[in-house]
Design a protein around this ligand. Structure first.
Ligand code: ZN
Length: 288
């Protein structure tokens, strides 16, 4: 089988940090880590050669990145980025510019989303210099939104990075028609749900974490229920609140109940943040 050459392009670098997240983590660092991880994985795949446009924190102009790949006569060019817009924007997406790149974008986007488990924003046309000026099929990956606190945390989580790097590596091989072999498999994705910040305004106010499952807020029944003075039990796989069994979701040994159910059962008031629906405030019934 003929040897295939892929050029990986970690965006930004040096004086250009790219976007930065709520905790000031920088896009240029994330994309370099990802490209180096993909390189590490592809090194073990026969019939693939990998080259990077940068492998340190240096600034390289956009046209120069394309020239590197063109001069090397690469078979495929993959640029790595992280997206930035609102704190609520989320998901992975892939851009292509040239007609010869659309199918590559479809293959890479699916491979990336399958691994990232983030919202699939799909394949899009984008007139970006690196994917315009390269002559071979080329795509630009936006792995996730660094402007979103949850996704910023994921983008810098080594397990997430390993999983997505493996997915992207497989996508690159699939697109180039090379059999993907993996040296050491990474752990499958844990099921994760967006976190809800819950404050119970008791004496004193106390913070808890809930989760968002298909736009319904679920709360860990025991810590929050008991903090509000409820009697939380467990019977035949269901949580009971003051003796009444309620709809229950068991996650990693914790019984979650719907926020609305818990507060109704305990006579508390429940509010979601107007501007930020991940903020939940609960006002327990006043003690008499
Ligand atoms: Zn970028």
């Amino acid at each position: 089988m003929a040897e295939k050459l892929v050029v990986l392009d970690p965006g930004h670098g040096g004086k250009d940090p790219g976007a930065s997240g709520p905790t000031k983590k920088r896009e240029k660092d994330f994309v370099l880590t990802m490209a180096l991880k993909v390189e590490e994985i592809l090194k073990n795949v026969p019939n693939v050669t990998v080259s990077l446009t940068r492998r340190t924190d240096v600034y390289i102009g956009l046209s120069d990145r394309a020239k590197i790949a063109n001069r090397m006569k690469a078979d495929f060019f993959v640029s790595f980025h992280a997206n930035s817009l609102f704190s609520t924007s989320h998901g992975s997406e892939t851009f292509y510019k040239k007609d010869n790149s659309k199918s590559a974008a479809q293959v890479l986007n699916k491979a990336m989303v399958d691994a990232s488990k983030l919202h699939d924003r799909g394949v899009k046309y984008g007139n970006f210099a690196v994917i315009r000026e390269t002559t071979m099929p080329s795509v630009l990956l936006e792995v996730g939104f660094i402007s979103n606190p949850t996704e910023e945390r994921l983008l810098f989580d080594p397990e997430f990075q390993d999983r997505v790097a493996q997915g992207i590596s497989k996508g690159i091989c699939d697109y180039m028609g090379v059999k993907f072999v993996v040296d050491k498999p990474v752990k499958p994705a844990p099921v994760t749900y967006p976190v809800m910040e819950v404050t119970v305004h008791g004496e004193p106010a106390q913070k808890f974490e809930g989760i968002n499952v298909n736009n319904v807020t679920w709360l860990p029944s025991r810590p929050i229920g008991e903090y509000m003075g409820g009697r939380i039990g467990y019977k035949k796989g269901q949580v009971t609140i003051n003796g009444t069994p309620v709809e229950t979701m068991n996650i990693a040994g914790t019984g979650y109940v719907k926020a609305r159910t818990l507060t109704d059962q305990l006579g508390a008031k429940l509010f979601w943040g107007k501007d930020n629906p991940t903020i939940v405030d609960i006002y327990p019934k006043e003690a008499v």
